[in-house]
Write a protein that binds this ligand. Structure first.
Ligand code: SF4
Length: 481
């Protein structure tokens, strides 16, 4: 699979694995979720046999797989090992079919079937058939967003959904043989293939060697990659003309209004006000509130009424500005492993009062509030009233103001330091939402009270910084003339 993304990636994984970057906490959480979902999927197949030898004991895994298949002692195998023409695969689930033959199942912790999953199944099919196994079915098992957990025992037949891919995987059969030969020839050479980084480095997966491959590349000061919504065709047109800097894009090149603003800002080396900021801010009513949620999204639903990957708020931060008074801060972090939403709803209603605009930065808080309205019906009216007071600062910035240091992004982490020099997230132990969610999930599992407390404090500090950032941003916007 690595080789189908990029031959150089396969080369590095084979000969120079240490060049890969370490997975960060958020990526590690994705891997952990994959394992958790994989283990749960196995419970769908009672009486299955796990081939437990890991990658350091491949010969033992191959031998055990052969032995179990020969004895016919298990209707299903988990992680059986097969090798064909130098390609080794471990199959998530291999089940004996009632009509004879075997079905292979690739388990994924996503909710949708993706094209590269079919390739994954096809490689396994190619190896298994090559190794002499009579495989008659292939499927990708994903989670099912339609399943609503009722709070009792998980219904595994509903939580998962099977996507049959036998026909598509079979269609790839010949191409895989050719690709494997190419990759083996490449690996047999004395030098790594000469491949430049490009769009293939992040699709279908983020390549772990990206930092290594790009470390010596000269980066344009404001590259065309900073232009939002520059489609691949336009990008290719510019590249064909040898243009990689925004400032060099010709006047007559078709750009959107915002892209033109960005080109002007980059060329002028300064910020540009291109909309009426004050007119928009004038719609806000005092006292001003600032709201930010942190959420986590368990793959395996935990609370009644939720689906896989529903975002569950576990922490909020609110700052309040009243005329002539110091800014007030209120937050709530749910420390128990029960459903946080009823407590979050109650505390939020107390924190936000009944008057004044509630600033957010993105429509996300509105979506979380809507989900809370549905999840906590006894507070639906009060929560709906809160939702009606939301005022999103993001469209104000996007429609009115650009600074070259935004570098094409309107994320508050990019916008704030550009508008308020010195303001930022650098000193925080947790500095992004995905990491926050990963740490919260880990903290709930951690029996060590002191460590849990430390994580909770870091989470609160991060969320507080998000609303404080909005306070500073709103003030910076208010000072624009
Ligand atoms: S970063 Fe890009 S070019 Fe380098 S190995 Fe990965 S996919 Fe290949």
């Amino acid at each position: 699979m690595s080789g189908s993304q990029c031959h150089l990636r396969l080369w590095y994984e084979t000969y120079d694995r240490d060049l890969a970057g370490e997975p960060d906490d958020a990526l590690q959480a994705v891997f952990d979720t994959g394992h958790e979902v994989g283990e749960l999927a196995c419970e769908r197949y009672p009486g299955g046999h796990l081939v437990a030898h890991d990658y350091r004991h491949i010969d033992e895994a191959l031998e055990e797989t052969r032995r179990i298949l020969a004895s016919g002692s298990a209707p299903t195998l988990f992680e059986p090992a097969f090798r064909h023409q130098g390609v080794l695969v471990r199959v998530d689930v291999l089940e004996q079919l009632p009509e004879g033959g075997w079905g292979l199942v690739e388990v994924k912790s996503t909710t949708k079937l993706k094209e590269h999953f079919v390739l994954d199944a096809a490689v396994q099919l190619w190896v298994l058939r090559g190794a002499g196994l009579d495989v008659r079915e292939a499927g990708v098992l994903t989670l099912n967003r339609d399943y609503v957990y009722d709070g009792g025992e998980l219904d595994l037949s509903e939580l998962f959904q099977m996507h049959p891919v036998m026909d598509d995987a079979t269609a790839l059969h010949d191409a895989i043989g050719a690709q494997v030969s190419e990759m083996q020839a490449m690996l047999g050479k004395s030098k790594a293939p000469n491949i430049s980084p490009g769009e293939h480095c992040t699709s279908p997966y983020d390549c772990p060697f990206l930092a290594h491959c790009t470390k010596d590349l000269a980066q344009p000061e404001h590259g065309i990659g900073e232009l939002p919504w520059l489609g691949p065709a336009r990008r290719a047109e510019l590249e064909a003309q040898g243009i990689d800097e925004i400032r060099d894009i010709p006047e007559d090149f078709p750009l959107s209004d915002l892209q033109q603003v960005i080109r002007r800002a980059v060329r002028g080396g300064r910020d540009i006000v291109h909309g009426d900021v004050q007119q928009q801010l004038a719609r806000m009513e005092t006292p001003l509130h600032y709201l930010d949620f942190e959420t986590f999204a368990p793959a395996i639903p935990r609370f009644a009424g939720t689906r896989t990957y529903d975002a569950i708020p576990f922490l909020f931060s609110v700052h309040v500005e009243r005329d002539g008074q110091p800014t007030e801060h209120i937050d709530y972090l749910h420390e128990g492993s029960d459903d946080p939403r009823p407590q979050i709803a109650e505390r939020l209603i107390d924190a936000l009062g009944r008057e004044g605009s509630i600033c957010t930065y993105s429509p996300y808080e509105g979506r979380v509030l809507q989900d809370l309205i549905d999840a906590v019906p006894e507070h639906a009216a009060a929560l709906a009233a809160i939702k009606a007071r939301l005022f999103d600062l993001l469209p104000v910035v996007r429609s009115s103001y650009y600074h070259p240091e935004f570098r094409g992004s309107f994320s508050i982490k990019r916008v704030l330091p550009a508008m308020v020099p010195g303001a930022g997230y650098e000193d925080l132990a947790i500095a992004d939402g995905q990491t926050a969610a990963a740490h919260y999930a880990l903290a709930l599992k951690n029996a060590e009270a002191a460590e849990r407390k430390q994580t909770f404090e870091a989470l609160r500090a991060y969320c507080k910084q998000d609303t404080l950032a909005m306070v500073e941003l709103r003030r910076a916007l208010a000072s624009i003339e």
